[in-house]
Design a protein around this ligand. Structure first.
Ligand code: RB5
Length: 157
């Protein structure tokens, strides 16, 4: 599996363990940085991973920041991205199985390296359950996205 990866300075302490975990699972990593601990802005890093996923360069994405929240908000601005912060293994697995989550966001100020490794393993080894009820709900999500993009609903404030 090809995995797109990025972090800001807040997520930097988990960078090495997440990259190693991906490689231990024989994943190829597209590393979009940052590779240094100096402060930087998470939206530009989320953007690179989100576009790699929706363009099909990568099957999954992993984003790190301090809480996971900023990266998640930014990635979900890109239509086709289904990003979530999952700091428990139940959500990291079910988010893929039921909701076809394609980007995992983790906060390095919330979880340590041991749990981060397990969360990444759980996310990358989970597969979408092709059950009709899950597919129907995904189609509804996609329709919601289309309606907003077409200006049919949800006018921006
Ligand atoms: C950086 O201080 C921090 O705001 C960022 O890493 C992230 O946690 C935002 O959600």
């Amino acid at each position: 599996m090809i995995v797109a990866f990025a972090t800001d300075h807040g997520g930097f302490p988990l960078r090495a363990v997440v990259l190693q975990t991906c490689r231990d699972l024989s994943c190829q990593v597209l590393d979009f940085g940052t590779d240094r601990p100096e402060p930087c802005d998470y939206p530009e890093y989320a953007r690179k991973v989100a576009l790699a996923v929706v363009d099909g360069q990568a099957e999954r994405g992993i984003l790190l920041c301090g809480s996971g929240v900023g990266m998640c908000l930014a990635a979900n601005k890109v239509p086709g991205v289904r990003a979530c912060v999952c700091h428990d293994t139940y959500s990291a697995r079910q988010g893929v199985e039921h909701d076809h989550m394609n980007v995992l966001c983790l906060g390095a100020r919330v979880v340590g390296p041991g749990l981060a490794r397990i969360l990444v393993q759980t996310f990358l080894t989970a597969r979408f359950d092709e059950l009709p009820r899950h597919r129907r709900r995904l189609d509804q999500l996609a329709q919601l996205e289309k309606d907003v993009l077409a200006g049919r609903i949800g006018k921006a404030p």
